[in-house]
Design a binder for this molecule. Structure first.
Ligand SMILES: Cc1cc2nc3c(=O)[nH]c(=O)nc-3n(C[C@H](O)[C@H](O)[C@H](O)COP(=O)(O)OP(=O)(O)OC[C@H]3O[C@@H](n4cnc5c(N)ncnc54)[C@H](O)[C@@H]3O)c2cc1C
Length: 417
């Protein structure tokens, strides 16, 4: 049985950036192995619902590092290697056909798996999901052949896929249980803004409704809603959320709750084993509670920090939760966590597609959404959230620029990183 000083289990975003960090820190050739269930080198997932799905980007464009990077730095990548069993005591991974590999240090970066609908109707198999490059290719082929689509869910994936479909000329209807898009994350004015944009591109909404069956038809399928309405579609895409990929670790010594429990250094309860990305539940310093974040930036930064610590550093993970998303011609970014907020401040001109939204909890800034606003808003948003800076919401509302506010309020942090 071959053994490696370091193995990364999972070949996604956290793995790709951890490998880059290994090289940046002069990791030695032959010491690191990445094992992945996919037949791909680690790649960026966000383009799968954006540029890759429109056909503008190809597989080679979205790789985190190219094949020469792994070859030149002596990093082994075992593709098509789904790990079936893990033995923490013996420090062994078991892959396909009983193939065993030993490890000294392990980084778990198994990401998420999509939630699937359990519906009536033989057309169920027609529902498409989006997590990996293969899924994106399948949907792309449907876009090229189909004219009508139903998108189930109004989270990131649902919104992004619907915007791509509509911009590619597919007649798109979104079905979701809430009475407005983004209800769980954003305020009613923000939802109204996005709904206007989508409606302007021809996307129809079936709100406060849900799909109960998908029936096969000679061409495409018929989607049946709880309200009794039916929709004919050439294809259906569901984006109803993800769950951390934990199955492999059930009945092992690894401590888990909503994800793999790690400390601020991203160490798990098993010695010399770290976890990063969608799968890791970490203690967030700024928010003083455990978070598990299913976004790109978190996977990148945790992958880097975990690798540094695997290579001997002692660096805590301190970072404002962040994500970005693109729909139609809009790119927006979000920092923080809106949980428990008691006040919201709006800046900008939504009619010009310039908007920023600031959430407060007991006068300290806890979250911000920013779209087409001056660069300083982006910079101060993350800085103030991380510091949990005490701000005057009215002053923020009125301020022409934020530098003066930073001097007055931004320094009064109730938490110093
Ligand atoms: C379509 C799409 C669009 C997105 N867009 C955005 C966006 O716009 N903005 C944003 O902030 N975030 C976005 N995200 C989220 C972001 O991509 C994820 O948070 C990020 O990929 C998480 O990285 P990860 O390394 O934890 O997991 P992943 O990137 O999912 O990688 C997990 C890897 O582990 C492998 N694996 C799992 N189990 C095993 C096993 N037993 N054996 C071997 N390998 C295994 C998987 O095959 C996969 O290669 C998007 C995600 C998707 C799917």
């Amino acid at each position: 049985m071959k053994s490696y000083p370091m193995i990364i289990l999972g070949g996604g975003v956290a793995a790709g950036y951890a490998a880059k960090e290994f090289v940046a820190r002069n990791g030695k050739a032959g010491k690191l192995l990445i094992v992945t269930a996919e037949n791909e080198l680690p790649y960026e997932r966000p383009p799968l619902s954006k540029g890759f799905l429109t056909g503008k980007k190809q597989a080679g464009d979205i790789r985190i590092s190219d094949a020469a990077f792994y070859r030149d730095h002596g990093i082994a990548v075992f593709r098509n290697f789904p790990v079936k069993k893990i033995n923490f005591r013996e420090r062994i991974l078991e892959g396909p056909s009983g193939r065993m590999i030993g490890f000294e240090r392990l980084l778990i970066a198994t990401g998420s798996t999509v939630r699937r609908l359990n519906l009536r109707g033989e057309g169920q198999s027609k529902i498409l999901y989006l997590r990996g490059i293969k899924d994106s290719r399948t949907i792309l082929a449907k876009i090229e052949a189909g004219k009508r689509a139903v998108v189930i869910g109004s989270g990131f994936i649902g919104m992004e896929v619907a915007s791509v479909l509509a911009s590619q000329g597919v007649n798109t209807t979104m079905v979701f249980p809430d009475d407005r898009v983004w209800k769980r994350l954003f305020t009613a004015p923000v939802s109204a803004f996005f709904e206007d944009q989508f409606a302007g591109h021809g996307v129809a909404f079936m709100k406060s409704d849900k799909v109960v069956a998908v029936n096969a038809k000679p061409r495409g399928c018929q989607v049946v809603l709880a309200s009794g309405s039916t929709l004919d579609a050439d294809f259906v895409v569901a984006g109803i959320g993800v769950a951390p990929a934990l199955e492999l670790f059930r009945r092992t010594a690894l401590e888990m709750r909503d994800g793999i429990t790690v400390n601020e250094f991203l160490e798990t309860s098993v010695p010399e084993v770290w976890a990063a990305g969608d799968v890791a539940s970490y203690p967030d310093r700024a928010f003083q509670r455990r978070l598990r974040v299913e976004h790109w930036d978190n996977a990148v930064e945790q992958g880097r920090v975990a690798m540094r610590n695997m290579m001997g550093a002692d660096q805590p993970f301190i970072h404002a939760p962040y994500f970005f998303s693109d729909v139609f011609d809009l790119s927006y970014e979000f920092w923080g966590n809106t949980g428990g907020h008691d006040r919201v401040v709006y800046r900008g001109r939504p009619d010009r597609k310039q908007l920023s939204v600031w959430w407060f909890k007991r006068r300290s800034l806890c979250a911000a959404l920013i779209m087409n606003r001056p660069q300083e808003e982006r910079e101060f948003a993350s800085r103030w959230i991380l510091r949990r800076a005490q701000l005057d919401p009215q002053a923020l509302q009125r301020a022409r620029n934020l530098k003066s506010l930073d001097a007055t309020f931004g320094q009064q942090a109730c938490f110093k990183p």
